[in-house]
Design a protein around this ligand. Structure first.
Ligand SMILES: [Zn+2]
Length: 326
């Protein structure tokens, strides 16, 4: 598999010219020489407000809604507890995607089963991979991913800040008369997230070093561990496609027992049985390890709960870790 993401409408747009709507189809129309005025009636190409935006994960949907304000209605396809690695779009999802003015997805193969449909949709409307904005030098390329980048970028808040740029740019493209307002919201959200990043750093540093280890069901927290200086041990690989084998369980049990790690964690979007198997095996070796609570990894919590938005989800995870390990 390659690292290249789907060529987006936006990147094509910026190269080729201006997009015009004709007979229900989107056509790219070259403007020719620079400085030429847009063709008459070009404003008709702008979709009506509020924009219809569909995002794959809840984290992207929440971020896009914060940036768009009342200029858009953003819907996330993957609800609480949904595993994006395994998610397949239903007929209803495909309908929503086909009606959207803008589609936002994570990329880096997180939405492993949606590649074909996103390619098709990108021919007719802007389809933006928010991870495209993250410099390659900051992307993790763990050996177990065999040449692919780790897609779990949202748990390094400093990386997630990069996604504000392409989302805002796509919104400005669709609602250019609201540029100032959109850019002001981007700056204010950037400041909030910088504050969150500093808070996470401080909280994790309060865990004694020998206990600063998080054992979880799958390797969703690689970026988190790297940014906030906590060792991360996942029972499964980066994707949840392969369930934890017996060897993995054995390796983790030895480590937890030897280091007397007080707690291990379950994840909202991954079955808890592998983590329970580790707990039982540790008990057999005379080490009682607690299940330190549920971490939100690839999906946020229920809407209306504190974990139902991106920042709340990050805070929940950090508080859960700190209380169980400190
Ligand atoms: Zn994952």
């Amino acid at each position: 598999m390659s690292h290249r993401s789907i060529p987006t409408y936006r990147s094509r747009l910026s190269i080729t010219g201006r997009l015009m709507r004709c007979c229900g189809a989107w056509l790219l129309v070259s403007l020719g020489a620079c400085g030429e005025a847009p063709p008459p009636g070009a404003s008709e190409t702008q979709p009506e407000l509020p924009l219809k935006i569909v995002a794959t994960t809840g984290m992207i949907a929440d971020t896009a809604q914060r940036l768009a304000g009342d200029l858009a209605v953003v819907e996330g396809l993957m609800g609480p507890g949904v595993d994006p690695h395994l998610f397949k779009a239903s007929e209803g999802d495909v309908r929503k995607l086909a009606e959207a003015d803008l589609i936002l997805y994570n990329g880096l193969h997180l939405e492993g089963k949606m590649g074909d449909i996103l390619v098709k949709l990108a021919r007719q409307r802007p389809v933006v991979a928010v991870s495209d904005a993250i410099p390659e030098s900051l992307r993790r390329e763990p050996p177990e991913m065999a040449g692919n980048y780790d897609p779990h970028i949202w748990f390094d808040v400093s990386l997630w800040i990069y996604t504000l740029e392409p989302i805002t740019a796509a919104l400005v493209e669709l609602a250019p008369e609201h540029r100032d307002e959109l850019e002001a919201r981007r700056e204010s959200l950037r400041q909030e997230l910088e504050g969150l990043d500093a808070w996470v750093t401080e909280q994790i540093a309060s865990i004694p070093r020998q206990h600063r280890v998080m054992v979880t069901a799958h390797d969703a927290f690689g970026y988190f561990g790297q940014r906030y200086d906590i060792e991360v041990i996942g029972l499964q690989g980066i994707s949840t496609l392969t369930e934890a084998g017996l060897q993995d369980v054995d390796r983790v049990v030895s480590l937890v027992t030897e280091r007397r790690i007080p707690a291990i964690f379950v994840e909202s979007s991954v079955p808890r049985r592998s983590i329970e198997a580790v707990q039982a095996a540790c008990a057999q070796r005379g080490h009682e390890v607690a299940i330190g609570g549920e971490l939100f990894s690839d999906a946020m919590g229920e809407q209306g709960t504190p974990e139902g938005d991106y920042q709340g989800m990050v805070r929940h995870n950090v508080t859960t870790l700190v209380e169980a390990l400190r």
